[in-house]
Ligand binder design. Structure first.
Ligand code: EPS
Length: 388
């Protein structure tokens, strides 16, 4: 299974093509819209999210509510395009002079300058339109398809906020998976720790008042995975490696860790690894999950627990120093409309990105021309490893 996305932030539409989805999977646009709507919310979002109503149109690969096994194309229209038609239209124009809202002032922290240098775009709008986190809507659409596949084989994925700026949510070890889904959906900052919600919102409001932005940490939990998904035999088949690469590819993400992660550096081996037990009902089990569900690039059968850190969004009302590429003179960075904190939305994005990698690894491992084939194979595999 693979996917491609296309689309500029203020262009006509975002397009996702997903290829390799098993046939006969029940899939409707409501399945995808639910994810898209979740991504749009969260305290700290800017005005753009009031303009957009992200709803998907399925234009291929699905007939009468079921996948055909052919490529699925998903379209999300940018409602803001009507305000940008002149600026973003694909038709040729007489002279470059006519191009409005050209950008010659690169914003620190964005792709503007590096992309401008690489692709020789002196109007750096040609870079920022694609580097914008708007693209994550298209990735969430792909992830929503992955989540549907996973649901059929008893694997569930949820993302939530662990930290915003200096406010850390406590772990909720007794919370069930469904509670996590419900709590994160009810919380304006998508956290499971309701006692920290107000402090998180206050931190966002304060940053906004100061013309600044803040980041945070999001966590994704995957339940229902059998052991042995991924592989130890080659670097690019290690599932934790694939997830890590994919998480870092989310706009503004700077770090990733599984389980205790960086804390492992401060612990002894005896306090780090997860001891192995066996009983005939469950098969092999661990009493702890310090390694976040991975050993040797493969799942251990414990929940996958992965965190990602998002830097503060670099579009600031509080100016940072930069250089105009036309005059080569210093200036204080231009003001663009922005979110002051998109960490709650990023938890939804990361949930879908992790779901994609997990589903892809499963489809790599088992025959999956049809969803029933995949279900049968997974059932047999779960039985085999229980008796191993
Ligand atoms: C973004 C800037 C803002 C965000 C946008 C990402 O958009 P605009 O420049 O139109 O105000 O709202 O995020 C989205 C559009 C989205 O769908 O998440 C940026 O510069 O990355």
């Amino acid at each position: 299974m693979r996917y491609l996305t296309a689309g500029e932030s203020h262009g006509k539409q975002l397009t996702t093509i997903v290829e390799g989805v098993p046939a006969h999977l029940q899939l409707t646009k409501e399945d995808i819209n639910e994810s898209l709507i979740r991504r749009q919310g969260g305290h700290g979002r800017g005005r753009r999210m009031k303009i957009e109503k992200d709803l998907v149109e399925i234009t291929s690969g699905v007939r009468h509510g079921y996948t055909l096994g052919s490529p699925i194309s998903l379209i999300i229209t940018n409602d803001d395009f009507k305000h940008w038609k002149q600026i973003m239209d694909e038709e040729p124009i007489e002279s470059d002079e006519e191009i409005k809202r050209q950008i010659s002032k690169p914003r620190p922290g964005h792709a503007d300058l590096n992309g401008g240098l690489k692709y020789d775009h002196r109007d750096m709008r040609n870079v920022l339109e694609r580097s914008s986190a708007r693209e994550t809507a298209a990735r969430v659409a792909a992830g929503a398809v992955a989540k549907k596949i996973l649901k059929e084989i008893g694997v569930d994925v949820v993302g939530y906020v662990k930290r915003i700026y200096d406010v850390e949510a406590d772990d909720q070890p007794s919370m069930t998976f469904n509670d996590k889904v419900e709590m994160s959906n009810l919380s304006p900052v998508r956290t499971l720790d309701s006692t920290k919600e107000k402090a998180m919102m206050d931190a966002i409001d304060q940053a906004k008042k100061d013309g600044d932005s803040i980041g945070g940490v999001v966590e994704v939990c995957v339940e229902g995975m059998p052991s042995g998904i991924g592989s130890h035999v080659h670097y690019d088949r290690k599932l934790d490696g694939r997830i890590a690469g994919s998480v870092i590819s989310i706009n503004a993400f700077k770090g990733v860790e599984f389980g205790i992660g960086f804390e492992a550096a401060e612990r002894r081996g005896s306090e780090t690894h997860d001891e192995i037990y066996y009983n005939s009902t469950d098969g092999y089990k661990r009493k702890s999950n310090r390694l976040g569900g991975f050993e040797g690039g493969m799942t251990t059968g414990m929940p996958i627990i992965v965190k990602g850190v998002m830097k503060p969004i670099p579009t600031l009302y509080k100016p940072l120093q930069s250089v105009d590429i036309e005059t080569k003179e210093p200036f204080e960075a231009s003001i663009e409309r922005s979110d002051s904190c998109a960490v709650p939305a990023a938890s939804v994005v990361m949930e879908h990105i992790v779901a994609w990698e997990v589903a892809q690894a499963i489809l790599d491992q088992f025959t999956s021309d049809t969803i029933n084939q995949l279900k049968d194979e997974m059932k047999r595999y779960r039985e085999r490893i229980r008796e191993f």
